[in-house]
Write a protein of this length. Structure first.
Length: 203
């Protein structure tokens, strides 16, 4: 089957497919154009419908807009990630809420005992991190859907970020994301992707 036929096999328009996947890239430089609260709210209103286990929704997003907050973060980043973060119009810390179970009476109301099933903290941490990472993927696609570029980074001292921003221990940082319109020479060379046969098997 040709690439064109595979593209047409999807319900999503080609333009939307390209916006979210084929033409989307991880940005390393950004323009000075600001990212508004309305844009981030629209992203949330879109991605909040994506699935998580037992509707746990543990992702928490901390937007760093002030220069003070940015400077608190920068020392915890890998040196290669600092310049791109200093130049981004908006930085988001994407974290897992370890106390997500407190919301289950509202988000999973048909099962009254759902919250009690997460009394063990180790279990909560596992579930929170797994499902929040799912939501990180949704968040990246949501940013792209808003016509913005995102530069997600895992190259940072997560323990240091947690001490700086989540000292009460209720959240754990997963990804730092730079968000904005692409700047000059924003893309690195595109790396190869695995083929279908490398990824999919049938039993």
């Amino acid at each position: 089957m040709t690439i064109s036929a595979l593209t047409d096999a999807l319900s999503l328009s080609r333009e939307a497919q390209n916006l979210l996947f084929r033409e989307a890239r991880t940005a390393n430089t950004f323009s000075s154009e600001p990212v508004s609260d309305e844009q981030i709210r629209a992203i949330h209103e879109l991605i909040k419908w994506a699935p998580t286990s037992m509707n746990t929704q543990p992702l928490r997003v901390v937007l760093l807009r002030s220069e003070d907050a940015r400077q608190r973060l920068i020392p915890h980043l890998g040196e290669g990630n600092r310049p791109k973060t200093e130049g981004a119009p908006l930085i988001a810390i994407l974290a897992a809420d370890i106390e997500f179970h407190e919301h289950l009476p509202r988000t999973f109301p048909h099962y009254p005992g759902a919250k009690d099933g997460f009394a063990d903290r180790d279990r909560r941490v596992h579930v929170a991190r797994l499902n929040a990472l799912l939501q990180v993927g949704y968040f990246i696609l949501g940013v792209r859907a808003a016509g913005l570029a995102v530069g997600p980074m895992s190259g940072f001292d997560s323990a240091g970020v947690d001490r700086e921003f989540f000292a009460d221990g209720t959240r754990q940082s997963l990804v730092v994301a730079n968000i904005g319109k692409p700047g000059e020479n924003p893309w690195f060379e595109r790396n190869p992707r695995l083929d279908y046969d490398d990824v999919v098997s049938t039993l």
